[in-house]
Design a protein around this ligand. Structure first.
Ligand SMILES: O=C(O)c1cc(=O)[nH]c(=O)n1[C@@H]1O[C@H](COP(=O)(O)O)[C@@H](O)[C@H]1O
Length: 279
């Protein structure tokens, strides 16, 4: 069935099980043009297909979560989207959960259409979870939260992103004295309240963020921590930021992992080395 049938088990529970079995690494599938060059592939749809499917086949057999970044596929038009659909199917077959990185966020009515694209089991682009932006107002995400929960899927809400420009906006103080990022974390915590050890709605907090900026103690959901590897964050940064117990924290790496290909054995060895470093 396109996109996979609606699943009975909640996303948070499925994610916790997958992390227990495979560790907390999230492998990004980001087919940068420079990586296609490095893999000696043309910057064409067949080149994209070879890159994305080979990387996904290897990585999805190893890690808990595969995170394709949609923009790199969209850049190739309809042919690129068709490859993305196959990446989702291949990752799922290999046993990984798929977090589609689309960072969507719009007024509620349009959010409903994004929901139909990414969180409805009848869509070929349906994923186990997607990244969403709350910066049109947290309430605008309501249709996505509802659809995700109804279908056993999840969301990762941008709170404090890894890019250097993020701090000015996301650390700005609101009239209630909280930072914007903390208020997003608290909104997500309220959604997760009472939904079990790991709720279905997570936040994105870059691994590059300084420790102490955010209080995640009441979150009750997973954290996606990109910025590990190519953007400079290390395993010690992850521990300093999130504490020693990294269960529920998905360290995400794209370029630092993918640069280890195209040799399948080297890519497999690379992902295992990174997994071991965060275990
Ligand atoms: O939501 C994301 O995945 C994300 C949030 C964030 O704060 N920072 C961030 O880098 N990302 C994504 O994570 C990936 C990081 O890629 P690398 O720097 O190559 O590991 C890219 O796909 C980014 O779009």
């Amino acid at each position: 069935m396109p996109g996979g049938a609606e699943t009975a088990a909640p996303f948070g529970r499925r994610l916790a099980e997958k992390i227990r079995a495979r560790g907390a690494l999230c492998a990004g599938i980001d087919p940068h043009p420079g990586l296609l060059d490095a893999w000696d592939l043309p910057r064409t749809v067949p080149g994209l297909e070879k890159f994305a499917l080979s990387a996904t086949e290897i990585l999805a057999a190893e890690v808990a979560v595969i995170k394709p970044q949609s923009a790199f596929f969209e850049a190739f038009g309809a042919g690129g989207i068709a490859v993305l659909e196959r990446v989702l199917a291949v990752a799922r077959e290999a046993g990984a959960l798929v977090l589609l990185d689309v960072k969507r966020g719009d007024i509620g009515s349009t959010m409903g259409a994004y929901t139909a694209a990414y969180l409805d089991g009848h869509s070929a682009l349906a994923a186990d979870a997607v990244t969403v932006s709350p910066y049109l107002g947290f309430g605008s995400l309501a249709p996505a939260i509802e659809a995700a929960r109804a279908g056993g899927r999840g969301l990762f809400v941008l709170a404090r992103t890894s890019n250097p420009d993020a701090a000015a906006l996301q650390n700005a103080l609101l009239p209630n004295g909280k930072t914007v990022a903390q208020s997003i974390v608290d909104e997500v915590a309220a959604v997760n309240a009472g939904t079990g050890p790991l709720g279905d709605v997570g936040v994105v907090v870059g691994a590059t963020v300084s420790p102490g900026e955010l209080d995640l103690s009441a979150l009750g959901g997973p954290v996606l921590a990109p910025g590990f590897g190519a953007q400079g964050a290390t395993v010690s940064d992850l521990r300093a930021l999130f504490g020693r117990d990294l269960r529920g924290v998905l360290a995400a790496s794209s370029r630092d992992l993918l640069r280890r290909g195209p040799d399948p054995a080297a890519l497999r060895a690379g992902v295992r080395e990174i997994q071991a470093s965060i275990r």
